[in-house]
Design a protein around this ligand. Structure first.
Ligand code: SF4
Length: 336
């Protein structure tokens, strides 16, 4: 297979004989020392588990949300990776409830068990673990163990597209660009600084190039909004379901999800078919790849196919079980 060559312009040194890479790196590191988000709790530790947990939580969730609602409660419940390994998957899912993208929690649990609570120390080994991609592996290896490798998270990608004035690039090209700009002498500061620059200066919608330490050598600076080319995203499909509340001797019918998306979570039985009973109201929940519009029905009996798949649980048990977003709403609005 033919590999594409990145179109990089030739490097010329400044009057003092320093290469643009050198001067850019100096400015960037000074910017990071002055403006970096040094107080983030996962930056004030070398504990691989705490760093790993932050990386996984931050894959799909904003820093503020992770900080305010999830990081510390999870650590309180599971202070070490060994504690995660010793817990049941359901307990880990419960601690993850509300954060979404539950495959992250299932993979965290699998990784904890596979490693016996002790993470591998190199990016190469970390990458073999469930749910740890190349960039996450490198971030953990760099921040916890000092391995000098560049990362490629969403913020870094955006900076690279703009810095090298690229509207499109393959993964291989992006990694090469990341490696080219990377400063291996200051790997920790470089990687943290790139994430901070993307989060605070080279932002998706309103980049502030005038305050950017990479501005002098950034090729996309004149029109940063052109890079990268916008992705064509279709509107997420709408799914319509009926959620069925069926009570028997004070307990409610529930199912444990086997589907990949919500695997391991508990939910109330659902159907697309019409049902007999009392229509209690409607709820809506957006997920990453679809929007769910649900009618909530109290039903005197369940359809035959569903009745074989449910078990009955008290409100107290449901309260402490891991539930998906819409089912938690149903529980809060109609049962609790
Ligand atoms: S100069 Fe502007 S476009 Fe270039 S990296 Fe900095 S903020 Fe982004």
């Amino acid at each position: 297979m033919q590999c594409k060559i990145i179109n990089l312009e030739p490097i010329t040194n400044d009057k003092e004989g320093r290469s643009p890479v050198q001067t850019t790196n100096d400015k960037f590191l000074s910017w990071y020392l002055e403006n970096g988000r040094h107080d983030l709790p996962w930056r004030r530790t070398k504990d691989p588990y705490r760093i790993y947990l932050s990386e996984i939580m931050l894959q799909q969730t904003q820093v503020a949300t992770v900080l305010e609602r999830f990081y510390f409660p999870f650590l309180e419940r599971f202070p070490t990776l060994r504690d995660v390994a010793e817990a049941e998957e359901e307990a880990v899912l419960k601690a993850w409830e509300g954060l979404g993208y539950y495959s992250r929690a299932r993979n965290l649990h699998r990784t904890a068990r596979l490693t016996g609570g002790r993470l591998s120390e190199t990016a190469k080994e970390l990458e073999k673990l469930p749910g740890i991609g190349r960039s996450t592996a490198r971030a953990i290896a760099c921040f916890a163990y000092g391995e000098a490798l560049p990362i490629l998270d969403a913020n870094v990608r955006r900076i690279l597209y703009r810095y090298y004035r690229r509207r499109q690039a393959t993964e291989r090209e992006l990694w090469r660009m990341a490696q080219r700009l990377f400063d291996p002498e200051h790997a920790y500061e470089w990687n943290q600084g790139m994430m901070d620059l993307g989060a605070t200066v080279c932002t998706p919608r309103a980049p502030r190039c005038e305050g950017c330490p990479l501005a002098e050598s950034c090729r996309g600076r004149a029109h940063p909004e052109r890079y990268p080319a916008p992705k064509k995203r279709a509107a997420p499909p709408l799914r319509r379901r009926r959620i069925l509340l069926h009570q028997h001797e004070g307990a409610w019918a529930m199912q444990r999800s086997r589907e990949r998306f919500h695997g391991g979570l508990w939910h109330f039985p659902q159907t697309e078919a019409t049902v007999e009973g009392e229509h209690l109201g409607n709820l809506r929940q957006s997920y990453s790849h679809f929007t769910l519009e649900a009618e909530v029905w109290r039903v005197p009996s369940l359809p035959p196919g569903l009745s074989k798949e449910v078990t009955y649980h008290s409100p107290e048990t449901i309260e402490s079980a891991p539930l998906g977003g819409i089912d938690r709403k149903v529980f809060v609005v109609y049962i609790r």
